[in-house]
Design a protein around this ligand. Structure first.
Ligand SMILES: Cc1ncc(COP(=O)(O)O)c(C=O)c1O
Length: 395
């Protein structure tokens, strides 16, 4: 992955021989003649290579090639990727394409806007939604058997913000036996730690806003799959017509981020392990969730699913609950109180009042998103600085 990423911005063929991928900041492309344009739109060989940036842009496609290679780095089959203007554009386009007129079995604990889309918006488009706890395989099997209209099972590989990890292999096997597809949001884990296609997952979603860009300069998203899946499910047409494409500049910034992605992930991992060790014995912390700690409820699944470490995210609760958490977050100085995650600097936030405030309180409670939960995205700064700040904020 290091090599794929370090050369992410090498264009296959630039007319001027540019070493790095140019930013094709253009909405439209010139046709040599009418025949070139006609052939492009008729999908015939020998026509123009590009027509209009909503239908394809060289800078965007360079990111897509890189993401596809990263996702399938240890697979025989080739992959494909589509870049979007945001993680939510990728997720909603994917769900609409795969589940229109069908039922989605959706994990209870999901990123707030995904949860809101599934609970409130999707049913308005004739998508029926049933919540599942993917860590209870018997109930997943029951839901699949009870409903004969399930088209899609929707999961997060590491759930935001509860940090639960589910058995992708087992759920995918069950879903496929019932003729349903599986879509997984892999934003927290990234392809560095989990490559869901290896477990039979059909479609993978990302908010590239997070680790893949890494610098906090972009809102973006992506879908990845094995080659052929997009055409088979008409995803390119859905993206073209819903129009949630990435702008070329955002794609270019993502490309710049991808060059150091594995290096950043390595440091996120190391720092998070050190910060998690510190938090695990802190007298003011009542509970904490970090995939790298044996106390994690899904330790056995984590062993089978994660590679290269455990990622950069920690969730915890303070003795004193919500009030204690609010006071602590108001006191941080070195860490930044902000939503988002996966940036090179450390971010801390309160899901119940911020990222997950759009989720109905009863669903939050059921999904384990308690009012006292604090979410920490550990950056690549010196870990001592992060710990010093947490120490003063907790004292
Ligand atoms: C797990 C997860 N998925 C999807 C999204 C949505 O991504 P975006 O903000 O890029 O639309 C987020 C945003 O925080 C997220 O945390």
């Amino acid at each position: 992955m290091e090599s794929v990423c370090a050369q992410a911005d090498h264009p296959e063929m630039d007319p001027y021989g540019s070493h790095t991928m140019p930013l094709y900041q253009t909405s439209t492309f010139k046709f040599k003649d009418v025949e070139a344009g006609r052939r492009f739109f008729a999908h015939e060989a020998g026509g123009a290579t590009h027509s209009y940036s909503r239908l394809g842009n060289p800078t965007v496609q360079q990111v897509e090639r890189t993401l596809a290679a990263m996702e399938t780095i240890d697979m025989e089959n080739e992959g494909e990727a589509m870049l979007f203007g945001s993680g939510m554009a990728a997720i909603t386009t994917g769900i609409m394409a795969l589940a229109a007129g069908k039922r989605v079995l959706a994990q209870e604990a999901l990123y707030g806007c995904t949860s809101q889309f599934l609970q409130e918006d999707a049913p308005r488009f004739n998508i029926r939604v049933t919540n599942i706890d993917p860590n209870d395989l018997i109930s997943v099997q029951k839901a699949l058997s009870e409903h004969d209209d399930v088209g899609l099972v929707y999961l997060e590989s590491i759930a935001n913000p509860t940090m639960r990890v589910c058995d992708l292999q087992a759920i995918t096997d069950m879903a496929h036996r019932h003729g349903a597809l599986v879509m997984v949001d892999n934003t927290f884990a990234t392809p560095y730690h989990i490559r869901p296609l290896n477990f039979g997952v059909d479609l993978v979603a990302y908010s590239t806003t997070k680790y893949l860009n890494g610098h906090g300069t972009v809102i973006g998203g992506a879908l990845t799959a094995e080659k052929g899946f997009f055409e088979a499910t008409e995803l390119p047409v859905f993206r073209k017509n819903f129009g949630g494409v990435s702008g070329p500049f955002d794609a270019w910034l993502t490309l710049m981020g991808l060059k150091t992605f594995p290096l950043r992930m390595k440091q996120h991992n190391e720092n998070t392990r050190v910060v998690a060790d510190y938090l695990s014995t802190h007298p003011k912390i009542s509970r904490y969730w970090y995939p790298g700690h044996p106390s994690h409820p899904d330790a056995e699944i984590i062993d089978r699913h994660l590679v290269n470490g455990y990622g950069g995210m920690i969730a915890f609760e303070l003795i004193g609950g919500m009030q204690a958490g609010v006071e602590m977050m108001n006191r941080v100085k070195f860490c930044t109180l902000a939503v988002s995650l996966g940036t090179v600097d450390t971010l801390i936030q309160h899901p119940a009042s911020m990222t997950h405030s759009v989720v109905k309180p009863e669903i939050r409670q059921k999904a384990g998103i308690t009012d006292g939960l604090v979410r920490l995205s550990v950056g690549i700064e010196s870990p001592e600085d992060i710990i010093d700040d947490l120490e003063q904020a907790l004292s």
